[in-house]
Ligand binder design. Sequence first.
Ligand code: 13P
Length: 258
Amino acid sequence: MRTKIVAGNWKMNKNLDEAMELAVELQEHQSDFPSDVQVIIAPPAIYLANLEMIDEPCYQLSAQNCSHHDYGAFTGEISPAQLRHMGIKYCILGHSERRQYFHETDELIASKVDACLRNEISPIFCCGEMLEERKANTHFVTVLHQLEKALFHLDKKDMSKVIVAYEPVWAIGTGVTASSNEAQEMHAFIRETLRNHFGVEVAEQVKILYGGSVNAGNSAELFSNPDVDGGLVGGASLKARDFISIIKSAAMPSQIED
Ligand code: 13P
């Protein structure tokens, strides 16, 4: 049985005071968190060190992006080797905002996946189709290509360290969530694709998160699907109360008290 992950992608939001306030608020409510849910937060990189200072944090930290190089003359980049040295265990890669606004290609994302894995950082690899692709019924082909190009070169051991996040672009920041059926259908497709390429053991192990307008009102239903192993939450992760509700909604049914 795969346990659930709820990850918050803060994107380029919050000043330092606000970031610390949100982290402290999460800390204060950590006794409400179900014990079987893993919480990850991905703050802006400049706050990673501050958030790491919090004593016995209720979350693990993720970067939102990194370079495909370990060190060197790459002004403005964030090194996966430096992240590793700080104890960061996760890094979001291939987010649609990076594909769209920073022109990241599948090839570049594949090399970032490699850079993370050689530095013992688990990629949270994002994939997902644009609205036109969904309308043209080519969404499975799009996601298949994204998986093939960024992940199929990995061996089984490395693939089992990857977290996949299905984030349909039309659902990101729009308030339009994929229906529970649409999410499950794509997650089952991703798992089947992984099974065909990497075998059943890896496919059963890899966690597949849903992202795109997840909120406190829709998370329980989305997360109840057999192939949805939690969520990658944007806007709703910026408010402690909403994010905590989403974390609570990811509990296994046996953990829910009332
Ligand atoms: P929203 O939850 O704001 O739609 O963002 C989703 C996302 O992009 C998480 O990575």
